[in-house]
Design a protein around this ligand. Structure first.
Ligand code: HEM
Length: 150
């Protein structure tokens, strides 16, 4: 997606650009499967094998890590080792004029990041909440309870 598309989606859910940047700041933790960024490290375009937005040393490490990902779909990389921007829209966010000021602000001021992240996350937590029989509190966050084997 372009940054405009991403901003529009967050806006349509009632989030400002600044709140969006704070929320996506959560990509400093966790990991991503190779298939989520493989297009950036293999066959990126007709002229370049690797997305030029990547630090090239980082990209070659990712190529090595993910070389077998089609046979082993569990292969993953940490979202933020030190070199941010594993995912394409994260890279964009650091250079787009609308988002860069907030990326820089939060990189400089961790206290502000934590405050704004907490505030935006509370907004997420009450979005489209299903009540009563309309929904369920999952035992596992990644599957419906009816599919539980336990
Ligand atoms: C433009 C918006 C976003 C995009 C395109 C995006 C994309 C992704 C992708 C592709 C992954 C890897 C998933 C996998 O391989 O299993 C991921 C992981 C993650 N995302 Fe996002 N995300 C976005 C916004 C957010 C927001 C708003 C939050 C939190 C409020 C968030 C929190 C996380 C976390 C914590 C992980 C790591 C999960 C883990 O380690 O299991 N992301 N994201």
């Amino acid at each position: 997606m372009t940054m405009t598309q991403v901003i529009d989606i967050f806006n349509s859910k009632g989030f400002t650009v600044q709140e969006m940047v704070a929320l996506i700041g959560s990509h400093t933790i966790g990991f991503s499967h190779c298939k989520e960024f493989s297009n950036r490290i293999f066959n990126f375009s007709k002229t370049t094998e690797v997305d030029p937005a990547y630090n090239q040393g980082y990209a070659s490490g990712l190529r090595d890590l993910c070389k077998n990902y089609k046979n082993d779909p569990t292969m993953s990389a940490f979202n933020d080792v030190m070199t941010p921007g594993l995912l394409a829209t994260d890279s964009l966010m650091a250079v787009d004029n609308r988002t860069k000021p907030f990326v820089d602000l939060y990189a400089e001021n961790q206290k502000k990041f934590f405050e704004d992240f907490g505030h935006a996350m509370r907004k997420v937590s009450v979005m489209n909440v299903k009540v009563g029989k309309a929904g369920e509190v999952r035992h596992r966050c990644d599957s419906f309870n009816e599919l539980d084997v336990n």
